[in-house]
Write a protein that binds this ligand. Structure first.
Ligand SMILES: Cc1cc2nc3c(=O)[nH]c(=O)nc-3n(C[C@H](O)[C@H](O)[C@H](O)COP(=O)(O)OP(=O)(O)OC[C@H]3O[C@@H](n4cnc5c(N)ncnc54)[C@H](O)[C@@H]3O)c2cc1C
Length: 446
């Protein structure tokens, strides 16, 4: 029997590990709770109507269709037996278990509301296609409902968008909502003036985009302000409800912002599976709940198990795509090396390829080695890098077409929201007495 490698997760870590094992004499079983490989950095473009879900989330089995040693299975892993070397996964039809000789765990991270999980209902995060489509529904519905209202206070509330968290995701989201409102939608409505839309970016910290250093983050802030985004730093969110948010500024003054659409881009925490693994193996977790791994990224006491990507804690490496990609490739190399009888353990050395954030069309900031740049040059670099890492030729082509529609033109090719999203979502269902709901069903008639 050939060596069996189980990989959990079809994100950057899991997929790149599977691909790095394509020529190895192993049988791979890749299990993930979604059927796609998700390119998370572009989720905000699905939420704001630029890209379709399919462009950033190709089917994993399609990507691996020519890799005959890889079996792709749908399933949410819920249990490990590290001694018996089995994992158990669950799907709608029931549970199943598989056995492994080597295991790569790459289940990523989850959204963190810093202990305020009830905020999630009012301010969705952005970790999945479901999240992005939920946000798309809330963003476009807000304009639709504002067009229906005759109440100025209600219109203001519906046309105020608040993004919590001024990291890369929050900045990109704020920039895109501002461009959507102030540019794309301007001539689409008759009653409301979408240029009056308020986009507010909040963060409890006193700086935004901390990793980029002050000069670049200041440039990004200026660009956001040019787009009409209100950036409020030192503003801690202490409450969120249907109608708005309560914040406390750094001088302890409380404020209330009335806003229909709130978006949470503030934090991540480890996947819940890390606790299961730690309980079985005795591995330690860091303060973010990630698993402290050995230098070669293996689980302490288990040289046959690798923990990679966002769930790995090693030398304070950040939770970014390149750490997961390089971690996946490294784990694959270690498995191949062990199969050849070499039991030595090579430490995982991360090669930092830099960071980029796009603020608006034709404007990004980039920090790559000694290069720190902002503007159209950085934006072109951002464009090139994202095209290279998008999986699949057809996705690259359609993504480029959609970018042309949105950035060269002013359209958004993917504005579809379902009727269910318009009428059923919790954040917009409480419309107040003033706004008629055109889809309301007379209960007596049912
Ligand atoms: C909105 C957003 C924007 C980002 N932007 C950038 C960026 O610009 N640049 C950058 O470098 N990084 C960015 N990141 C971070 C980057 O996407 C992550 O660091 C990277 O995806 C981590 O890869 P991973 O393989 O560890 O986890 P993920 O890519 O999250 O993959 C996790 C996989 O595990 C599966 N899974 C989870 N739980 C289970 C389970 N119990 N059973 C089975 N399968 C499971 C999931 O379905 C998924 O397939 C961004 C992240 C987000 C959310």
């Amino acid at each position: 029997m050939r060596h069996r490698v189980a990989i959990i997760g079809s994100g950057f870590g899991g997929l790149f590990a599977a691909q790095a094992l394509r020529k190895a004499p192993v049988d791979i079983t890749l299990i993930a709770k979604t059927t796609h490989h998700l390119f998370q950095p572009l989720l905000y473009q699905v939420a704001t109507g630029i890209l379709s879900p399919g462009e950033i989330a190709p089917a994993t089995r399609e990507i691996l269709r020519r890799q005959k040693n890889a079996l792709v299975l749908l399933g949410e892993v819920i249990e490990f037996d590290l001694a018996a070397k089995t994992i158990t996964a669950v799907v709608a039809s029931g549970e199943y278990s598989i056995e492994y000789d080597s295991l790569i765990i790459a289940v990523g991270a989850s959204q963190s509301y810093f202990g305020n999980d009830h905020f999630a209902q009012f301010a969705p995060g952005m970790k999945s296609i479901d999240d992005a489509l939920e946000l798309r529904g809330r963003i476009f519905s807000s304009f639709e409902l504002a067009e229906l209202s005759d109440n100025a206070t209600e219109i203001n509330r519906l046309m105020t968008f608040v993004i919590v968290g001024a990291g890369p995701t929050g900045v990109e989201m704020a920039g895109q909502i501002a461009e959507l409102a102030h540019r794309t939608l301007v001539s689409d409505f008759r009653k409301i003036d979408t240029r009056a839309t308020r986009v507010i970016l909040l963060d409890a910290a006193s700086t935004m985009l901390g990793n980029f250093g002050t000069p670049l983050s200041e440039k990004a802030k200026l660009q956001l302000e040019r787009l009409g985004v209100e950036v409020r730093l030192g503003a801690k969110v202490v409450g969120i409800d249907h109608n708005g948010l309560d914040i406390i500024s750094s001088d302890s003054t409380p404020h209330r912002i009335e806003a229909s659409c709130k978006i949470w881009a503030a934090g991540v925490m480890a996947n819940p599976l890390t606790k299961t693994i730690a309980a079985q193996s005795g591995a330690q977790l860091d303060s973010a709940g990630r698993i402290l791994v050995e230098l070669d990224s293996s689980l302490p006491g288990h040289p046959e198990i690798f923990v990679i990507g966002d769930m790995m804690s090693l030398k304070h490496l950040p939770g970014v795509a390149q750490v997961a990609i390089q971690g996946g490739r490294h784990a694959a190399k270690q498995i191949i090396k062990r199969l050849k009888g070499d039991k030595s353990r090579t430490p995982f050395e991360y090669r930092d390829k830099g960071s980029m954030v796009t603020v608006s069309r034709f404007y990004a900031i980039a920090s790559i080695g000694k290069i720190h740049t902002a503007g159209i040059g950085a934006w072109l670099m951002w464009l090139g890098v994202h095209i290279v890492y998008l999986i699949g030729f057809k996705h690259r082509v359609t993504t480029l077409l959609h970018w042309a529609v949105s950035f060269v033109g002013s359209g958004r090719a993917e504005r579809v929201i379902t009727q269910q999203q318009i009428i059923a979502r919790s954040a917009i269902e409480r419309l107040g007495d003033q706004v008629p709901n055109p889809y309301s069903v007379d209960e007596d008639s049912e």
